[in-house]
Design a protein around this ligand. Sequence first.
Ligand code: ADP
Ligand code: MG
Length: 362
Amino acid sequence: MIRITHLSKTYGPVTVLKDISLQVAKGEVISIIGPSGTGKSTLLRCLNLLEQPDGGSIRVDGVDLLDKKSDVPKIRQRMNMVFQSFNLFAHLTALENLTIGPVRLQGLDRHTAEQQAMEILKLVGLAEKAHHFPDQLSGGQKQRVAIARCLAMRPEIILFDEPTSALDPTMVSEVLAVIRRLAREGMTMLIVTHEMDFARDVSSRVLYMDEGVIYEQGTPQQIFENPCKEKTSAFINRIRSLSWRIESPAYDLYAMNAELENFCEKQILPRQTRQHLLLLVEELLLLHGPLLPSTPIDLTIAYSEKKESIELVLEHRGETNLLQQELLPDELGLTIIQHLVQDIQCRRTDDVYRLTISLKSG
Ligand code: ADP
Ligand code: MG
């Protein structure tokens, strides 16, 4: 239905979309996820011709959207968009918001348009509010009217740009329920969303966008349970991390501890976990200290909010894995480490020792 090839978009010096190629079949529900600022909205806006791409092509059923001769209003009706901020006409009632497009743009007579609008308002659960103005409606109701207005144009494809981001948490589910219903009825949809559980169960395909490209895509199961790439995994598991490169034996442990405390506080980690982390970092550095300054040490602490797990990764280019028992100068250090950690894995690739240490939870 939609075929996007090598789409690119630049704002001044910033390349927002680098090289996007994507095909969408009729009836597909595609969720687009990714950190903010990675071009998700820009992609939808290019599809809806609210932005002019710099390169590449977009075809819908073979029609070239970027052709100067193409009928933009007609394309927008076929591929209609729902915005984060509703964009309802404030001076029109819910019903009038739904009839204005079909009457003005599609030449429908008012009576038929109103009948049709009432049917659609019923579908989104808002027939009772037909004569209310937007400011008499809650956020969730406004967004359902916006979806209904979009449906009134009889689109073949709907583009949703974070349809629930402007809503109070209590109103998110009523909007998602409407979108779920459309999915069941076979509507083709592209949905930019931060609602991961929703994306997981409504989509036939999930795109993870980062660095101006479709960084990884797959079925919801692939993306949410088995992402292939590190950035996707970090995003899905809401991993926050803190890294240091230690190059001199005179490293400032107090400054590092302060940063670590700060990090733990931001992630709201329990006091005991903080103490364990501080102790673990200190012991690991003591053990690896002899490598300095000839071999720098890279230390990363990664906290997965979703799994509520903490992982430390220590990398160095030394000759040996210093956590091997027989090499240890002091037994106590190892005992402390063993007491704090759940699992330690050591791998050597390309001269780099990589210790991956999972902290015991609780
Ligand atoms: P997302 O929706 O993934 O958060 P956007 O597509 O909104 O990302 O924006 C991607 C980048 O493009 C951001 O860095 C943003 O600042 C920039 N950008 C978006 N719209 C414009 C614009 N009209 N002019 C200049 N820069 C823009
Ligand atoms: Mg956006």
